[in-house]
Write a protein that binds this ligand. Structure first.
Ligand SMILES: Cc1cc2nc3c(=O)[nH]c(=O)nc-3n(C[C@H](O)[C@H](O)[C@H](O)COP(=O)(O)OP(=O)(O)OC[C@H]3O[C@@H](n4cnc5c(N)ncnc54)[C@H](O)[C@@H]3O)c2cc1C
Length: 541
């Protein structure tokens, strides 16, 4: 029997796989996507988790999705609608007060705690924005690849490096210093230079530990904070919003866009092996035993999963394999969805009817010190005794998710250890830790626990089993200096090309990293198209 043959085979139908497929199919290539689960979208999916209640299962809020990807893939025409939160964040404080941000209220709110901090807000925002703008400009660029070899290999990379240098040279010296500091320092130290009151430091500092299994005082956490500032909602920079229908609405729109351009998307099709012949990736074999051959094989998977599970070790360079085995994964997050009979009634801001603060990201973590202790606890004990919870209640903005009068909430909880100490399994502790997360919210909104009608739990192990997120890592690999930009996933392979000809990567383990951005998929597609144009890849015919 002759094997099916395609121009491009994408392994994994996460949002980046879909974006990559849509661009490639749009350029006239024959593209097939093979997704392991019965639904596309990877970590950006909406599912019914309790009868009558639907919610985003893993990722839960939008900002980083690249506007160019939205426009070029015509996602609104394929059903995507993103709305803004009425308030960005709401943070109950340790002394029974609260801090809100967004909705034009940030200055007055911060002034409740420190007039000096309120006075610094604009300058802080402007400087962070100026640096974020430079990095935004790099999100859709292929990083310069660190290559060995003669001039033909090196010259194009020097040109890229030159372009990068010229972009950075547009920053004045003080912003260059700021950029350097943001790469090297901690969120806690950075914020401490701007602000004196704890609530604003905690509200902004939360971004430095999202998906980052670290203290907010760990070097490098300031960059993670910056990573969460790249985004925008409907043209408003740095804000977060909600996709009507949940995160699955984004990936359903992407799948429709890819299909409309001719991509063939198959679900329930786990790939068991990448086919390698004479040192070249030439296709894949599914668990059902089908072989599909292709000129380009593109992986949407965490690099560790791709190289350690799907490719015969003998086909890969030894040094490459050793380094991939040490690719750092594990973001220390525990995710829950709850079905609610009523909205939480916060002691510090009472009310059970939908109010502005119910639409924001509700941060239960009053100080940076509290966040640091949460990390220390998780390191020694496996999870924090007093965890950090961000709660978002999307049903306050979207009536498609819950029955009338009822609500759904996403709980994004940190810190938990990706692997528990002493070989313990998350399966033995997930229910107890879920109780702890609910009690943590209940301490601030005492009707919360009783309002829970049903719950869905995603421990790091559940995230790994369900979505293929190694160690539950939401970013496909820690966002640390040695795992970023040209080094994502490894120096010499920062340009979406794997170590075998014909093999490409398009997932969050490539530049610019995790988040529902569409950027790795977009950039990988551009590189693959370039290789077809240069005849390094040949059409299937
Ligand atoms: C709990 C959680 C909360 C998050 N919150 C947010 C948020 O609010 N906002 C935000 O922007 N980002 C958030 N993120 C991060 C973001 O969701 C991810 O970084 C992003 O969705 C990853 O997309 P991807 O396409 O690169 O990979 P994935 O979504 O991981 O897709 C990879 C796909 O490959 C498939 N696959 C795996 N193995 C195989 C195989 N052998 N054969 C075929 N298919 C295979 C998987 O099933 C999956 O569909 C969150 C992530 C998590 C887990």
């Amino acid at each position: 029997m002759t094997a099916e043959r395609r121009d491009v085979l994408v392994i994994g139908g996460g949002h980046n796989g879909l974006v990559c497929a849509a661009y490639l199919a749009g350029a006239g290539l024959g593209v097939t996507v093979l997704e392991r689960r019965d639904v596309v979208g990877g970590a950006a999916v909406t599912e019914e988790f309790h009868p009558g209640f639907r919610n985003s299962v893993a990722s839960y809020t939008v900002s980083l999705l690249n506007p160019r990807v939205i426009r070029e893939l015509e996602l609104p025409a394929h059903g995507l609608r993103i709305v803004e939160r009425r308030l960005q964040n709401f943070l109950p404080t340790a002394d029974g007060r609260y801090l809100c941000s967004g909705g034009g209220r940030t200055h007055a709110e911060v002034a409740k705690f420190s007039s000096r901090d309120a006075g610094n807000l604009d300058r802080y925002g402007e400087r962070l924005e100026a640096v974020a703008d430079v990095l935004r400009g790099l999100v859709l660029e292929t990083p310069p690849n660190v290559v060995q070899g003669g001039w033909p290999a090196v010259l194009p990379e020097l040109v890229r490096t030159g372009r990068l240098g010229s972009r950075l040279s547009r920053l004045d010296m003080s912003l260059r210093r700021e950029l350097l500091k943001l790469f090297g320092t901690s969120a806690g130290e950075y914020l401490g230079e701007w602000f004196e009151s704890e609530p604003i430091k905690a509200l902004y500092g939360f971004d430095g530990i999202v998906g980052n299994y670290a203290s907010p005082f760990s070097p490098g956490s300031a960059y993670v904070l910056l990573h969460h500032c790249f985004g925008e909602v409907n043209g408003k920079k740095g804000t977060w919003g909600h996709a009507i229908g949940g995160m699955g609405a984004i990936t359903q729109a992407m799948a429709k866009s890819a299909a409309a351009r001719g991509a063939d998307i198959r679900v329930g099709c786990p790939v068991s092996q990448v086919l390698v012949e004479r040192g070249r990736a030439v296709g894949a074999v599914t668990e059902r035993g089908e072989t599909i051959r292709a000129s380009a094989v593109v992986s949407n998977l965490n690099p560790r999963l791709l190289y350690l599970s799907l490719i015969d070790a003998a086909a890969l360079p030894k040094d490459f394999l050793e380094r991939i085995a040490h690719w750092r994964c594990g973001s220390g997050t525990f995710r829950m969805n709850v079905a609610l009979s009523e909205l939480p009634d916060f002691t510090c801001l009472p009310g059970r009817s939908a109010a502005d603060h119910h639409t924001g990201g509700i941060i239960v973590a009053p100080t940076l010190k509290y966040m640091e202790q949460a990390y220390f606890d998780a390191r020694t004990h496996g999870w924090s005794r007093q965890p950090i919870v961000e709660m978002v209640i999307p049903s306050t903005l979207d009536d498609t998710l819950a029955p009338p009068g009822r609500h759904v909430a996403s709980l994004f909880c940190q810190h938990v250890a990706p692997q528990l100490p002493d070989g313990e399994s998350w399966d033995a502790h997930r229910e107890a830790v879920a109780d702890l997360m609910i009690e943590t919210v209940d301490r601030h909104a005492p009707n919360f626990k009783a309002a829970v009608l049903g719950r869905q739990i995603m421990s790091p192990l559940d995230l790994e089993r369900t979505f293929g997120l190694v160690g539950g890592d939401i970013m496909h690999g820690a966002l640390q200096l040695d795992q970023m930009f040209s080094a994502r996933p490894m120096l010499g392979h920062g340009n979406y090309r794997g170590p075998l000809p014909g093999l490409y990567m398009c997932g969050s383990g490539t530049h610019p990293g995790g988040g529902v951005t569409g950027a790795p998929g977009h950039n990988a597609a551009r590189e693959i198209l370039a290789d077809f144009r240069r005849r390094r890849l040949r059409r299937a015919g």
